[in-house]
Design a protein around this ligand. Structure first.
Ligand code: IPE
Ligand code: IPE
Ligand code: MG
Length: 252
């Protein structure tokens, strides 16, 4: 249409399909704090602002699902002081953001093993999930107390239980049965994974779901990550050719 805003900074983003599902390993809060001569928890606080920013960016870009790795199973082995400040921030985030997220029709779910968490933190998680349950503009999965292997162990147990109860034949187990017992059941796999802070590793994140995900590594520390960085990752994704083990479509 001639009157559409062609000068929008991300107008070219929508010329090619955007990734439906973007996952992010939000890393580098501690190094960001160290660079500013601040305590680590200030890095996590700044990281919370970046979460707000990337959620807005995802809505602008037209992403349907945003999965954010916020705290791993292994992160429980950090010093108690850091864990307590992270949990306090999570509680604060949930209570501060839930009304605005609901008003903007953004649904938040928390995936992971919540059993080691203190009751007030779990209550805050329940409140944000309840407040945003019917929202459908963007789904945000906050992965907390999550690791890919721990999720797979939960999945193996769930399948074994079904076999034990006689509901499932061992020989009949298929990929779709595994999908159905993962924390992410019902969701498409991530199309794009972004890891910040210049580390080139997966750190036990979504080991099952990332099988054919496009990977984007950036040196930007998480608190410095803006929606422009997200748009750049999306643009790079749009230039990639996904083959899923087959031959390129032009030569098939
Ligand atoms: C990511 O930042 C946030 C969490 C893992 C909770 P880090 O805290 O890992 O920051 P760095 O990697 O030490 O810089
Ligand atoms: C991965 O970051 C986990 C999250 C971002 C929540 P880590 O900082 O825990 O990972 P490693 O230790 O660098 O692999
Ligand atoms: Mg780190």
């Amino acid at each position: 249409m001639s009157d559409s805003p062609v000068t929008s900074p991300d107008s070219d983003l929508h010329d090619v399909p955007v990734p439906r599902h973007v996952a992010v390993i939000m890393d580098g809060n501690g190094r960001w704090a160290r660079e500013q001569a601040l305590p680590r928890q200030e890095g996590h606080r700044a990281g919370m602002e970046a979460v707000r920013e990337v959620i807005h960016g995802a809505v602008e870009a037209g992403v349907e699902i945003l999965t954010l790795f916020a705290f791993s199973t292994e992160n429980w082995f950090r010093p108690e002081e850091e864990i307590l400040s992270l949990m306090a921030l999570l509680r604060l985030y949930a209570d501060q953001e839930k009304d605005e997220l609901r008003d903007r029709s953004i649904r938040v779910r928390v995936l992971g093993d919540l059993t080691p968490m203190a009751e007030p933190v779990r209550d805050a998680i329940r409140r944000i999930e309840d407040a945003t349950r019917d929202c459908d503009r963007l789904l945000v999965n906050l992965m907390i107390s999550y690791s890919g292997r721990a999720e797979l162990v939960r999945a193996v147990r769930a399948l074994a239980e079904r076999v034990q109860r006689g509901e499932l034949e061992l020989d009949a187990i298929e990929e779709s049965d595994v999908d159905a017992v993962m924390d992410t059941r019902g969701l498409p796999d991530p199309d794009l994974l972004i890891r910040t802070s210049g580390e080139f590793r997966i750190s036990n994140f979504m080991l099952w779901q990332l099988a054919y995900t496009e990977l984007h590594f950036t040196p930007v520390l998480w608190p410095d990550f803006t929606r422009e960085h997200l748009f750049e990752a999306v643009r790079e994704f749009q230039r990639r050719e996904r083959r899923f083990g087959r031959v390129p479509s032009a030569t098939s």
